[in-house]
Design a protein around this ligand. Structure first.
Ligand code: ZN
Ligand code: ZN
Length: 170
């Protein structure tokens, strides 16, 4: 997901490029197909990147461990600062406030993959669920509590056990 911005960097502030995105990128050890659009605007310092990227995440429900897939939609807005001046070749140092900025490399390639991976990671829920009201697995038999045929009344037994535990403490 790299864009050569050597020409854009030689153009005046406000110059623009737009590209479609369709790519596979590695995020946390898994490959994800991402699609979307990116708009690059020349700024006085570098290139403002605005990208609208979407994909899907395969995961398991944090309650019942059923495999699930959910959409990921990210909106990126970041100013990329060049490493070298495209006209003179002189090195460009970051100024205060730009220490964490994404950089355009010495070959004037702007790589969107790292930003996509970072934004993507922020969109992934800590505890994804298959359905908002997923009741999870029975602590007694390990079956899904809501499953048809689940009949051991695990929840009631569980309640009685906690009552017993309280008795022992007293
Ligand atoms: Zn679930
Ligand atoms: Zn059960």
């Amino acid at each position: 997901m790299q864009f050569n911005v050597s020409l854009l960097l030689k153009e005046p502030t406000g110059s623009t490029r737009e590209y479609g995105i369709e790519d596979d990128i590695a995020i946390d050890g898994a490959t994800h197909r991402v699609m979307g659009r990116v708009r690059l605007d020349r700024t006085p310092r570098g290139v403002l990147v605005r990208a609208d990227v979407h994909g899907a995440m395969d995961d398991v429900c944090s309650r019942c461990v059923k495999p699930i897939a959910y959409p990921i939609d990210i909106d990126i807005a970041e100013e990329y600062i060049p490493t070298l001046d495209a006209a003179s070749g002189a090195a460009i140092e970051t100024v205060e406030g730009e220490e964490d900025a994404y950089r355009i490399d010495a070959r004037h390639m702007l790589d969107l993959a790292e930003a996509v991976a970072q934004y993507w990671t922020l969109e992934v829920p800590m505890a994804p669920v298959c359905e908002d009201d997923c009741r999870g697995l029975c602590p007694i038999c390990g079956e899904e509590i809501a499953a048809v045929g689940h009949a051991c009344s695990g929840e009631e037994i569980d309640t009685r056990w906690s009552a017993l535990a309280k008795l022992k403490l007293g």
